[in-house]
Design a protein around this ligand. Structure first.
Ligand SMILES: [Fe+2]
Length: 318
């Protein structure tokens, strides 16, 4: 026969475990709801972030640069295509694309449809690893703890994306590749010098530097830009040492799954996570890192980190 005391303990044990199971169920439901929000809502909650940087000589007119990156296009992403089409209304003087354009072997037609109106504007581009190799299935949470040495992608068997066709399509529309290349453009009276590198995440980067004699006899305003996919610190330091006055990069996805307030936990490289999106400084040089417009097709969730394009307006220094 069970004593009243034991019966009370057994009853409280049963109510304790059902409370625990209830809490666990609640947590699981909240987790599922959060993931559903991150996949169905935030993934398509496209934003335009606006930045103003006073980098031009006094008296210069404003100069608008549209920065796009990390589209990770998959066939059928119509909302992303519509958003990217709409960016043409910003009428940028220049488009800077910092790579990771594809996330599927058959996505090139949709990528070009998304970029079509933007290819009417002057543009420069560098590739990321997801311009060369299709993604492979892996634990998405690995993004949060893996070490980023810059050589990871070479260890994997990844199918080749149509890189050459994509770059040919850009080139045919007049865009300029900065794949380990130095280039100059004169746009709206502004002399632009570019030093671009292939993806540092793949260790493909070889810095061309800037020319000390470019535009030597031209007194009009000028600016030196460094452009890379992945903002590894060695890459930023080298741009600064070479004389860059503004740097553009993507790759980080802004941390992709962030804490409330957009606080990034990771940058997917050795850049401190608090610099995973926005304008930060390497020495005195502004570094514009975008959270990008997409995610890997195998990790389609964003939290407190909406996809973005960035309009950087260069203004005259006072
Ligand atoms: Fe990316």
């Amino acid at each position: 026969m069970t004593s009243p005391a034991l019966a009370t303990v057994a009853a409280s044990g049963r109510s304790g475990s059902s409370a625990f199971l209830g809490a666990l169920g609640g947590l699981a439901l909240a987790g599922a709801a959060t993931l559903a929000y991150g996949h169905f809502i935030e993934l398509n909650n496209f934003k335009i972030r606006q930045e103003r940087l006073a980098l031009l000589p006094a008296g210069s007119p404003d100069f608008r640069i549209l920065h796009i990156s990390d589209m990770h296009m998959i066939p059928g992403q119509e909302r992303k295509i519509a958003f990217m089409n709409s960016l043409a209304s910003l009428e940028p003087h220049l488009v800077v694309s910092t790579g990771d354009n594809l996330s599927h072997l058959d996505a090139l037609p949709d990528l070009l449809r998304a970029m079509d109106p933007l290819l009417d504007f002057p543009g420069v581009y560098v590739p990321g690893s997801n311009c060369y190799f299709a993604p492979v299935m892996k634990n998405p949470a690995r993004y949060l703890w893996k070490q980023n040495t810059g050589s990871e992608a070479l260890e994997e068997e990844r199918a080749a994306l149509p890189t050459a066709q994509m770059h040919q399509a850009f080139d045919e529309r007049g865009w300029v590749d900065l794949i380990n290349r130095y280039e100059t453009l004169n746009l709206s009276g502004l002399r632009l010098e570019f030093s671009g590198v292939d993806d540092p995440h793949l260790n493909y980067d070889q810095h061309p530097g800037f020319s000390p004699t470019a535009f030597e006899a031209d007194p009009s305003p000028s600016l030196r830009l460094g452009v890379a996919h992945a903002p590894y610190l060695r890459t930023l330091d080298r741009f600064v040492a070479d004389g860059a006055q503004l740097i553009f990069a993507g790759h980080t996805h802004g941390g992709q799954v962030c804490l409330p307030g957009g606080r990034a936990l990771v940058s997917n490289c050795d850049l401190p996570p608090q610099r995973a999106s926005g304008v930060s400084y390497q020495g005195d040089v502004p570094v514009q890192v975008t959270a990008g417009l997409g995610t890997s097709r195998f990790a389609q969730v964003r939290l407190f980190c909406p996809p973005e394009a960035v309009l950087v307006t260069l203004t005259a220094a006072s």
